[in-house]
Write a protein that binds this ligand. Sequence first.
Ligand code: WT7
Length: 640
Amino acid sequence: MSEFVQPPQSTVTNCTAQDYEAAYARSLSDPDVFWLEHAQRLDWITPPTKGGEWSYDPVEIAWFADGTLNLCHNAVDRHLADKADKTALIFEPNDPDGEVRTLTYAQLHAEVVRMANALKAMGVTRGARVTLYMPMVVEGVVAMLACARIGAVHSVVFGGFSPEALAGRIIDCDSEFVITADEGRRGNKPIPLKVSVDAAVDEHDTRVKGVLVVKHTGADVAMKDGRDHWYADLASDGDCPCEPMNAEDPLFILYTSGSTGKPKGLLHTTGGYGVWTATTFHYVFDHQPDDIFWCSADIGWITGHSYVTYGPLLNGASQVIFEGVPNYPDHGRFWQVVEKHKVSIFYTAPTAIRALMREGDDFVTAHDRSSLRLLGTVGEPINPEAWRWYHRVVGEGRCPVVDTWWQTETGGVMLTTLPGAHAMKPGSAGLPFFGVQPQLVDAEGQMLEGAAEGNLCITSSWPGQARTIYGDHDRFVQTYFSTYKGKYFTSDGCQRDAQGYYRITGRVDDVINVSGHRMGTAEVESALVLHPKVSEAAVVAFPHDIKGQGIYCYVTLNAGLEGSDDLAAELRQQVRKEIGPVATPDRIHFTDDLPKTRSGKIMRRILRKIAENDHGSLGDTSTLADPSLVDRLIEGRVDG
Ligand code: WT7
């Protein structure tokens, strides 16, 4: 048991080890009763009598299907009775000397109503898709809640995606409305959001007819008559009731990368997602009424949806919203914010932890962290060394660390230890949350028992599960339920130890996890081959000290052309233009050919091994059309 780290003896906890055992057992033996009970964490207009109604073959998933509710009411209005003056949001701007903005639940309510009225004035109706392209400011959260209030479906696109990527996501869900800001700020860089929205809408065939612009930095931006509106001009205070929604009505679409070129718009619905985020937030973060919670994720990712907007507010929590980045103005910024706002629960990504660890302990210890009582990580595997630093230095050895495994598709946390209940194992996410039935299978789909390593599947539905891919249910079925019939396949590799702890080893599909952000290799390849000089491209991951994984691109050029540093820079720019800075290639390797089988299939295994500098174990290369290519590729490997 020496690998295990015991949690501190805590006096308050939402869940002891005994509680967990009993609740987990009941969640499997009697899921409907169990989840109907937890559904009572929310206010329902019509309380549900039905729990899960689902099948993985054919794939149809519903939870609480005869219930009606509104999630904005649950996140905001219902707290007015007893928490009107409680702090909901503490906005910490990018610039440490900038103005902090604190909103109570009553003030949040007023702001959400103003935004909902603005949306209605722009013509947004129930069921309409509304694309958000926002900085991390109060209005981002407010806009999501305002959509939920009037029954519109939000689709948040991360502000680091390019205009091309934004346009693709607007077109895919046929969104007619965009909410943005003049500009965002991240570190010392302004982010020209409105300029990018104009490029997306003007240069692509979208049907956008209304753009709502929040004034944030005051930058001078062009406003198109009849289409663009300042938020302040359309906002109004009049009453705006919450639209009654069926539990299975769509709440949002969120795009994520898969192994094929086009991002998938995962669809989450109202009731199940609300119950899942409310319940997981309560237990995983052991939330108590006086906590100050801070999740550093952007609302453009699922973490920001579930643990900035919905989970905390459904629980009536007080939380920090941070506009900036961990290394501006210096590497102590996170801990300075912790000290300033007396943060008690802090949730961030391994990439940030590794980057800050490298800068030394002084940036951490310069700030008082005595308010912290719980730390969390999410997004990618955390190496035990970074885990230990987070636990020992940041958390002074006092704070439990929850390593939470989940996905855009799962809606909320699936594997974790619970802070008051379980010993922690650095590098392992831990145990299944209530209702989660993980299963490891081998390549043939045979179930593996006991301590084992295999592909991670989930065998029964949970309320927070995505219901479909917007507009393409077949793709949903193909992607998640066809590899192993009757099971949800996560595309992650995983080990289970003798104590039943799960350790995620990483993606087993063609998805790269760059700083906790999912990037499809096919997406990057499609962007590269758009360059007129490029003939073919193959993209693989390689281990990266800070980002977890980096992007390694093998590129062949059209006949007679030679690679150069200038061309590599052009290709990087090409990818940034098509997808965004998040996808910037780390390494570009020009080669005269790609390793292919005689039937023309690219042997990615070989490309991965070479990128990883693991030439010793290339395996069988005899089926290659040109076996001599391997030595040339090793020779030409790009390092740093
Ligand atoms: C992929 C999902 C979950 C919100 C952020 C990412 C990887 C996520 C962990 C973790 C090891 C993790 C998996 C997963 N991942 N959390 N704690 N340990 N790996 O959501 O963009 O949908 O990515 O992130 O590979 O499949 P996402």
